[in-house]
Write a protein that binds this ligand. Sequence first.
Ligand SMILES: NC(=O)NCCC[C@H](N)C(=O)O
Length: 258
Amino acid sequence: MPSKKALVRRPSPRLAEGLVTHVEREKVDVDLALEQWETYVEALRAHGWETVEVDPEDDCPDSVFVEDTVVMYKNVALIARSGAESRREETIGVEEAVARLGCSVNWIWEPGTLDGGDVLKIDDTIYVGRGGRTNAAGVQQLRAAFEPLGAQVVAVPVNKVLHLKSAVTALPDGTVIGHIPKVDRPALFPRFLSVPEEAGAHVVLLGGPKLLMAASAPKTVELLTDLGFEPVVVDISEFEKLEGCVTCLSVRLRDLYA
Ligand SMILES: NC(=O)NCCC[C@H](N)C(=O)O
């Protein structure tokens, strides 16, 4: 029986100092961010996900973006090594949390770099973005970690956005969705649906037809509703100012043995 646990991590009081790469820096309201984070976590819980809080890392402004620190495949947690040096300390608490949950733990090692936001899993196909945060050695190490377990790893160039999953995610039926101006090579995906907004490219699969989506993508919410999905909409404006999206605020653990 698949597990329904999700790792989340409370925002740091230093959130406003988080990295920005492809957007202009805007003032972040940290109190509002905390409220938005609580609503996000509540939306996961309301749809049957047991949330597991990783110990907060107050000195790491970007620690709320927990998705970037670990990639799960089956029962294995591959601890990432961010292409952004300021984010590397974030993995310590995550490693403890996944080990406590009974995962086998593996690591990306120097010279490899990889951010979890660059990894999109669709069943046993694992797309990995080769971009600003994930290098060729990181891609090779991901292959070495997961291909022996039955995955097929497909490397995808990412030049226009921070992470692969800033450009594309996948619907429950496996269709990849993305906002064309931000996707380097849509032809790499066997089934691709173009969506009208950049933030519309980001969905978290909550189960069945339910999709967690950002309030900043109303036209895509309408499009996906019309296709028979059921968007659950949350406002994450303060995280979007730091290039965050709905996917990066949690890591779903669906294949634990416990
Ligand atoms: N997976 C993600 O989309 N992560 C967002 C990370 C945002 C953070 N400010 C960063 O630049 O690393």
